[in-house]
Design a protein around this ligand. Structure first.
Ligand SMILES: Nc1nc2c(ncn2[C@@H]2O[C@H](COP(=O)(O)OP(=O)(O)OP(=O)(O)O)[C@@H](O)[C@H]2O)c(=O)[nH]1
Ligand SMILES: [Mg+2]
Length: 527
């Protein structure tokens, strides 16, 4: 088969850029041995984006090059130097491209110039130790790793957004007609099914420019798979009008213009039914072709009145001699103009679509029990694990702290996880396994050593999260009380349960990583 001029479906493998690693570095200067952390952040990886470009009419580039990758973020460096962000990769696609995921689910139907979809998001760059420093931890000895960019396999499908569709029997002259009307140069031959994939042509009539699609020929029973079937009719689903190209010169038995028209209409009706799209409301034009052949001219003359009696707009044409083409193309233009005038005006805004997060859950994390294994899933836990350099204890401690703040440990305890259970975090295939080693006791019977009952102890120890919450509540109350006293008013009563603050509650280490710090890092804000 010749190189297809029109590729309408292609599988594309994309890889977004990886985030650059943050770096742990300490400023060095003569006579100043410990100058503080100065490790810069890694750059973000580039996204892979598909964007509608009206100048692109085929997906053929992706057919030739189905693997695409965006740029990686550069790693950070010492002296507060941040790595450069990776370049986004913008893939230009034709108007009307439908993007599906591997499972066939539609991610986006890209219509309108500039509409774009991020099909694979770049990995975030890791923070360097300078950005991780806080008032309490002045010199972190670790940095966060850059996250890997998303990898995705999608299919791109193009429904030709043609204004006019040419339909008819094989060899009726559809390709000859589009060649006569436009600069399209499809294969033309005197055997059936010359056209295997649709051709698009751009036609100008007066001041109107529009596109015409020439699709393969239809025969009786196409809806049952005869000939080339009828699936290619999806390319004319969005057409403003359909043009019946009818061969008036055929000598095949059982063929005549009226029968041909009925058969094609019947196949269109079957397609409408099976595909769930109504084509019956599309205006029809009839082009009686090959009138340069004397017999054909006679037949055309003869059936014209019958067709017009059916309220059809009929044109006697010859794709060979170009007779009647001007009238036909102006009739097409008129329908196209009417449809454009009726269509709601599309704002030229750039629409940016993002596929939903793969997990699709609202909660920050979910926990699933499998025997004495616990699977923790969620975007944040997964990302945090990827950012962690497991060869560095401090980095692992930072991860544990972040997970605690999110409430993972509390939830595990509440669900009955026992010390020593396996905690799996991340995706099924590359989860990281931890031993459950809770820092606290929520239920004494869970953690009390033999011979002890922690419930009897006066200071029931609280989880780190609870302690932080209590501390925050106390601080809020203190501020309010002070303000009230300044106004000369009675301070509000101490909140319930906060009457005895013990040493544990006042533990300054609680503020080592303040919640704001940890979460702000997470929103991608760079200091
Ligand atoms: N005499 C004459 N022959 C024509 C005319 N239009 C097309 N033909 C011939 O009819 C044959 C079929 O033409 P195509 O344009 O390939 O027909 P098609 O409808 O695209 O056919 P498929 O692609 O097979 O569905 C070719 O041999 C053309 O030269 C015409 O106006 N006059
Ligand atoms: Mg053809």
């Amino acid at each position: 088969m010749a190189i297809p001029t029109f590729v309408d479906q292609v599988t594309l493998h994309v890889q977004a850029g990886n985030g650059g690693h943050g770096v742990a570095s300490v400023h060095r200067e003569k006579f100043k041995p410990l100058g503080g952390p100065d490790g810069g952040n890694g750059g973000h990886g580039g996204d892979v984006i598909v964007r509608v470009d009206p100048d692109v009419t085929t997906l053929i580039d992706f057919h030739h090059e189905p693997h695409r990758k965006a740029g990686n973020g550069a790693p950070g460096a010492g002296s507060h130097r941040n790595g450069a962000n990776g370049d986004d990769l913008v893939l230009r696609v034709p108007d009307g491209t439908v993007v599906r995921d591997r499972g066939g689910e539609v991610l986006a139907d890209l219509v309108g110039a500039g509409t774009e979809l991020v099909i694979a998001a770049g990995g975030r760059g890791g923070l360097g130790n300078a950005a991780l420093a806080s008032s309490k931890r002045k010199a972190p000895g670790f940095a966060l790793k850059g996250e890997p960019g998303e990898e995705r396999t999608v299919t791109l499908e193009l429904k030709v957004v043609a204004d006019i569709g040419l339909i008819g029997f094989p060899s009726a002259g559809k390709s000859s007609l589009i060649a006569a009307l436009s600069r399209a140069r499809p294969k033309i031959a005197d055997y059936p099914f010359t056209t295997l994939v649709p051709n698009l042509g751009v036609v100008k009539a007066g001041s109107t420019t529009f596109t015409v699609a020439d699709v393969p020929g239809l025969i009786e029973g196409a809806s049952e798979g005869k000939g080339l079937g009828h699936d290619f009719l999806r390319h004319v689903e969005r057409c403003a009008a359909l043009v019946h190209v009818i061969d008036c010169a055929t000598v095949e038995p059982g063929r005549d213009p009226l029968t041909d028209l009925d058969i094609i209409e019947n196949e269109l009706a079957r397609y409408s039914e099976l595909a769930g799209v109504d084509l019956s409301d599309r205006p029809r034009l009839v082009a009686l072709n090959k009138v340069d052949v004397p017999d054909a001219a006679q037949i055309a003359e003869f059936v014209k009145a019958d067709l017009e009696a059916r309220d059809l707009d009929v044109y006697e044409i010859s794709a060979a001699s170009h007779a009647g083409l001007k009238e036909l193309s102006f009739a097409m233009a008129e329908i196209v103009e009417a449809r454009r005038a009726a269509a709601p005006k599309v704002e030229a805004t750039r629409i940016v679509l993002r596929p939903p997060a793969p997990s699709g859950v609202d909660q920050e994390f979910t926990i699933e029990q499998r025997g004495n294994q616990w699977l923790v899933r969620g975007d944040k836990p997964r990302r945090w694990v990827r950012q962690t350099d497991f060869t560095n204890d401090e980095a692992v401690g930072f991860l544990a702290d972040r997970l605690n703040r999110l409430g993972v440990e509390d939830e595990l305890l509440a669900r009955g996880a026992q010390p020593g259970d396996d905690i799996l975090i991340g995706d099924d295939d590359d989860a990281v396994v931890f031993d459950f080693d809770p820092t606290i006791t929520a239920g004494a019977e869970v953690l009390g050593r033999r011979g002890e009952d922690l419930r009897l102890e006066q200071n029931t120890r609280r989880t780190t999260r609870e302690r932080r919450e209590r501390l925050a509540a106390k601080r809020a109350w203190e501020i309010e009380a002070r303000a009230a006293r300044q106004r000369g008013e009675e301070p509000p009563p101490r909140p319930e349960g906060l009457d005895e603050f013990d040493d544990e509650d006042e533990d300054d280490d609680l503020l080592e990583w303040s919640a704001e710090e940890v979460y702000d890092l997470d929103e991608g804000d760079r200091p």
